[in-house]
Write a protein of this length. Structure first.
Lengths: 364, 364
């Protein structure tokens, strides 16, 4: 009789009310990570030093980088920055959302928000058009819509993706970018997130440092793919900007591609030149986080190998933790090379007016 | 009434009896690939020039590299090779089979076959122990079993894997290798095959050249992981040999790891030195396919950046298509550096007796 009313529910969910309730049970070394990221398998790679400069909080409080006037005052004016290409604060991750309609809507919202809140504050601010790269047809429409804005100077995509960026799946994006005269930039940080592949060809690193060290592998992947798939033959005016993906690996990639091309070019009949020639003509590489060899002349040698006088462009990554200071980061380079990297290469790429005469005179 | 006996079978398999039956329907440019690889999603990346030197077929016919006496006569004797580390012909792929029991048995069979058919032919041949890296406990037993053979000088694993090689999953392999005094080598070619991850962080390249260009990304992944996970602190006598994975990217990886370590070392408390110091002490890198910059001095600069005098070792990749000729590949290097790379670094690593006095005298 009693068996008829005997019930076992084999799945009832209890909850940890507040994250801090777990602290008495967790070794102290993990407390900060638990409080800031919890189970954390979405963000996954947790930086022990955070990802934002703690001295970059705006005067009125809030997130570093969230107040355009403070960015002008705190970073750009003291450092004499003439133009700043705004790349956002991780918005590229929206492309890795499983729902393309949500992602398309949020990408458009980012762009309208940027135009409303930043691009009118100062002519020094130049914008990057956020897209959902996982829906190339919709991304092309967004590029056409925002490409008309005079202060939008490029398209930006996260480097985390399901396919290498030369794949024909993505070509509508490049067609739209070329049509609008806009370079396409790629930016790291989304590797291994959402619907992207694992951050390495052999799956998942364990911690933030290991993950951060290997981010350049994905930039090599995309540049190799864009060249091999003939994207720069198909869209001859297209430029690709590799942001924050490292620089010193570029000579190796160019040499390896050129060597293999000589034996294997049957499989890429659309290529008419050495792969490295496409890279020098079509790829631009930003400097931060700049490599710091023990012997500074090694960096100069790398710059010469990669034709940095044509393709390297300064970036600071402000206000992120691994910010490169424009006043010291290129010290020791020959003067003309330094000037090309600090501003002239970017001015040519984006079509910015040169320095005014007074500033020229001061620098001379 | 008729409806009762009316039958539609919605899945009946017809077959293309011979591969060549499809040729009349296929553009000619694809004929060779179709005949040699068919649908080919297992091998997937099809080299238009094949992967074997056509002049390396043994006198009696058969697969290049399948006759030890012909290898001695065709390659080693004319080139004055004192020792050859045999790495096999793709056997490492067995680790990516879904069935670990089959893979363990086949790996053991490879080793016994090598001992029976090659290692007794000449004292110049030295063997690599094949393992199933996806079953580390079984791999450790195989290392203990074959590590007793005096001509087995290292363990070899394919670079294609489900997890980066520093992951604690693999540590029993390193414990066994250290116990037996054997370096662990990794060799490319299995990227994207079997149960391995995709060949890039952004999925699958389209063709062989694109795939081959980006193979080094996986070597960076494994070396970064082995250092960051503290494998060389846990197994201080362990050496890692990076075979055929490229060399010129190594300075970049060392510099990036060192820079990040300074900010992020809280997350790798087991590391007591700069990451690059572990690489110089524990990693050895083989030269083929050597990078060929337009300016030869660039390769010398790279060698100096990466401490090639300590860590680079010559390899030819005989009898593969992209073979490097020992008589020309290191020409132009300073004499002492060339000698270290051609033989002395390997002799120190593997404990080989040095050159005999007569050959020394001839070289002097």
């Amino acid at each position: 009789m009693r068996a008829e009313s005997f019930i076992v529910d084999t799945d009832v969910h209890n909850a940890i009310g507040k994250l801090k309730d777990l602290l008495p049970y967790l070794p102290k070394v993990w407390h900060q990570q638990w409080l800031e990221s919890g189970i954390g398998v979405h963000g996954q790679y947790y930086s022990p030093v955070g990802v934002l400069r703690q001295d970059a909080v705006p005067d009125g409080g809030g997130v570093p980088g969230s107040d355009p006037r403070f960015v002008l005052k705190h970073y750009m004016e003291p450092n004499g920055i003439d133009y700043a290409i705004l790349t956002g604060g991780g918005e590229q991750g929206i492309s890795l959302h499983a729902d393309p309609d949500y992602a398309n809507a949020v990408a458009s919202a980012f762009n309208d928000w940027l135009a409303d809140n930043w691009l009118g504050v100062s002519p020094k601010f130049k914008g990057s058009i956020q897209i959902n790269h996982s829906d190339p047809a919709a991304a092309a429409k967004e590029i056409d819509r925002m490409g008309q804005h005079p202060a939008m100077v490029q398209v930006v995509m996260g480097s985390g993706a399901r396919m290498p960026y030369g794949n024909r799946f993505y070509h509508p994006i490049y067609e739209a970018a070329e049509r609008n005269g806009l370079p396409v930039a790629i930016h790291p940080g989304t590797e291994g997130k959402g619907i992207a592949g694992a951050p390495t060809p052999s799956g998942y690193p364990t911690r933030y440092m290991e993950w951060h060290n290997i981010l350049p592998a994905n930039f090599m992947t995309h540049i190799n793919s864009l060249v091999c798939e003939g994207v720069f033959e198909k869209y001859p005016k297209l430029k690709l900007v590799s942001i924050e993906g490292g620089i010193a690996w570029l000579p190796h990639l160019m040499w390896r591609m050129d060597k293999n091309y000589k034996a294997l070019r049957d499989s890429t009949p659309w290529l008419k030149r050495l792969p490295s020639e496409y890279i020098v003509d079509h790829v631009r590489v930003t400097t931060q986080p700049i490599e710091e060899p023990a012997k500074p002349e090694h960096l100069l040698q790398i710059f010469q190998m990669m034709h940095a006088d044509k393709i390297a462009m300064f970036s600071s990554d402000y206000p992120h933790w691994d910010f490169d200071n424009p006043k010291v980061v290129l010290n020791g380079l020959p003067r003309e090379l330094k000037r090309r990297i600090l501003g002239l290469n970017a001015a040519e790429l984006y079509g910015f007016p040169m320095l005014d005469e007074q500033k020229e005179a001061e620098l001379a």
